[in-house]
Ligand binder design. Sequence first.
Ligand code: ADP
Length: 673
Amino acid sequence: MFDKVLIANRGEIACRVIRTCKRLGVRTVAVYSEADADAMHVAMADEAYHIGGAAAADSYLRGNAIIEVAEQSGALAIHPGYGFLSENAGFARTCADVGLIFVGPPAKAIEAMGSKSAAKAIMEAAKVPLVPGYHGEDQDDAILAEAAERIGYPVLLKASAGGGGKGMRVVERASAFADALASARRESKAAFGDSHMLVEKYLTRPRHVEVQVFADTHGGCVHLFERDCSIQRRHQKVIEEAPAPGMTPELRRKMGEAAVNAAKAIGYVGAGTVEFLLDEDGSFYFMEMNTRLQVEHPVTEMITGQDLVEWQLRVAEGGHLPLSQDELGVDGHSMEARIYAEDPDRNFLPATGTLRRLRFPVEEPHVRVETGVREGDEVSIYYDPMIAKLVVWGEDRNAAVRLLRQALGEVKIAGLSTNVDFLASVAGHPAFMEGDVTTRFIEQHQAELLPEKGKASARVLALAALHVLVKRGDEARQAAAASADPHSPWAQTDGWRLNDDNHHELYFIDDGEEVCVTVHYRGDGYLLEVPQGEGRAAAELRAAGETDHNGDLLADVDGVRIKAVVSQHADELTIILHGSSHRLAVFDPAMRAAGQEAGTGRLTAPMPGKVVAVMVKEGQKVEQGVQLLVLEAMKMEHTITAPADGTVAAIHFAAGDQVDDGAELLSFEVVEE
Ligand code: ADP
């Protein structure tokens, strides 16, 4: 085995690779950007080298700098993880040229699969079934539109260089084709530096089923069964499982064989994934091959009992595949949920911020937590906003789903928006529990999966009030301990007031409304008058509480013991209760500024990014829903549309400008009815 391996990546995958290296006694070298000096992967590695600025182009994509570090540190092999340089044929070739081992396929195989259109041509020749479509060289607008017409709407536009669902647009009808093409090209150009498109028949109820393959340098090639990755938002996976629900031995054999043929057709070596769309009638079509380890590889590890990173290292040093096809088998069922910093209520817009609270379930053999961040770390605009992967194993699918739900309920994150509640609703949805999954699942069940957040329940408001009271009590006690006269009545923490009827009011902003909780002090706790329901009638609740050593709130609300997380940053409170969270702001009426009314018609940037297109002119009258401006952030496009019928009063940025989070993009005047 290698003595030392350099990991040319960051985050959870770098940590994942380092863990296997440690188990095998292989020393590890990390590289890091300016933004990652204190990152978890840096702390875990035996040595770490700074390679440049925060932006990936200035650090994790600097192949030559990384090769220099390998030479300097004496690492003989480079593991690229996924993303960054993992599918960069030029980098793989340079490694080989300077005598370093690239833990991945040969450059030629990466090249063959790097372009979706070229890959399709190779697969066609190898008799692997393809989705009907156009994957030609000619990129003329008219040729592409004609191809769409011939294939028949709806069609899917895909960036040939694409990945992660970027540069992809579903087009329902001919009239929408030109706009979709322009937008997909722009996104592809920005993300991959290339705008080559292909057009495919859009299947309406497919499943995404992919096959893990592995090949060695001695001609050995096996598959490690399939994964179902149908649960996707924005064409990106969020929950994956293995095996695929409802898979028959016959179909598994056919798909496995097709995947092995695909790998053999390009002289593949190492870990790869052949992605298929599985149609309702059982026919399957090649989509693409990913020439690296996938994000979702752990579910395969859980059902096969293998460590795929170890397999990668063994194959890379010239060894044989550890097991033959006959020796591999499926045991039980595994699921993975990807926890992202994002806002499901705003079309899963990526979020940034500090992980003020970050708690995961305790790891045990059936529950794995793959992460690259710790409490206090930042999710920045520079990298992928995935916070962690939660991986579970059960004896059958039912057991795995139940364990996943339970594990998600134990995840507690505060400080930024996440998709944890959303994942829990998917895992608890009856259709998901029955294995009735397609790539349209989220869209189809949107109403149940993304219910209106609505108003805080009386219990949530009671917990928020308790948090404020407990915190004040702690502060008063500390002040009393520090003061000269600890018995002063001013140091009392039980609400004692001179000439007071022993109650006072706490104010919160919830769901855009000001709500008031009246607190009456009782010897053993409080009596809270809490507004509840649509009309916010007051309910009376007895409440008492304290914080434990973890900082969790141990509360007793009307005789029910509750353990909750209430995390406060500035005025903002996040209350996490049984895997569902609610955000409130603490509000001091004395600080209320006069005339701070909403509806000013400011349209602001939902996150930091770059303006890529402005579709309107100052003074232009528009109808509600018309596209005004396109912002690119985290390599994705976000369109700002007119919130109502009105006039564009002023435009504050032009295409190419960088904007900060919250910056006013346009002033908009709403037409009064
Ligand atoms: P990327 O490389 O950007 O991830 P893929 O080609 O792997 O793109 O496709 C991503 C997802 O888009 C698939 O998992 C599937 O859900 C959907 N998809 C791709 N092609 C089609 C198609 N022809 N019809 C319907 N859905 C598709």
